[in-house]
Design a protein around this ligand. Sequence first.
Ligand code: UT7
Length: 340
Amino acid sequence: MGEGSVLAEPGWAGAMRARIVATGSALPPKVLRNADLARMVSTSDEWIRERTGIQERRIVADGIASSDLGTEAAQAALARAGWDPTSLDMIVVATCTPDMPLPSTACLIQRNLKATRAFAFDLAAACSGFLYGLAVADLYVRSGSCRRVLLVGTEVMSAIMDWTDRSTCILFGDGAGAVLLEPSTDGNGILSTHLHSDGNLWDLVCVEGGGSRMPASAKMLEGRQHLMKMKGNETFKVAVKMLEATAREALAANHLDVKDVDLFIPHQANVRILNAVAERLGLEPDRLVVNMDRYGNTSAASIPLALDEAVQAGRVKPGSRILMAAFGSGLTWASALVKW
Ligand code: UT7
């Protein structure tokens, strides 16, 4: 594993950090069950459950885009915090399925919220995007540049699925999660973030067409190059290694042991990956947050969706230590340790 960059080191008493004030999420109502997929490609409910842990996922209705889900998730978080959207200083949106190449999905969400004071931008780190965004938000807050930040992870993965490829179309789902951040000086908040990338592994998970290397064309569409391709098995092996390494890195940086972690929220990619990482770390299933049985892999939305669900279910308490870890296309991987 590369050195990466340590963006926030723990241990400075009284230091300013960012704390998560409220969470929100949005899920489209339409459910796509394994049995539905078995009518579309050569697969079965049994294979999908056993190999991935997924039972169903949510899919948007025609015409719904990432900014729609992201706006709904942000509104839920704003309502819980009691914040007026005009008080936001910055909006960061992590997505690999933006509404359109230009402008950013963040600007569309800013418009929808009428968050007139905020500057807004998208961040591209695929399934690691939420933790990359958390690191950026934390730095802006800690530097004193921003006091109120909205971070959204939102995806319409169904838009880039090849519905004839059984090795990918069974895995992904649509959804959005949002968090609000503000400064904190009481020692709680984001204790550390660690980010990593290895572009040599770019072709493990990719969408090759539609950008500047292979602009949209009839030939590109015919070759289905506007849709996601994945080397699943290779990705699986790398993912287990990277998740374990970056989780351990977060613990070491905070001089903590696995037993000090109240909740582990990994990117929801495959339940076998999550169980393998939990086992390697020595973490019992009751401290592992899993919701991919119902939502599949929602890329940048997966961690904030799982966090919001854990918060609403009362699994997160004041002082809880939450370890988050993600990996995704790029290859990117990251971890964050948060004290609630
Ligand atoms: O967040 C994005 C990062 N991506 C991931 O996290 C994906 C990580 N990888 C995975 O989750 C798993 O590799 C998959 C679920 C994608 C595949 O599971 P696997 O156990 O690694 O299967 P495999 O690719 O080794 O394929 C085993 C067999 C193959 O058949 P043959 O060649 O042995 O006859 C596949 O064609 O399973 C077949 N297969 C399926 N069979 C039924 C692949 N997909 C399916 C399917 N239904 N949906």
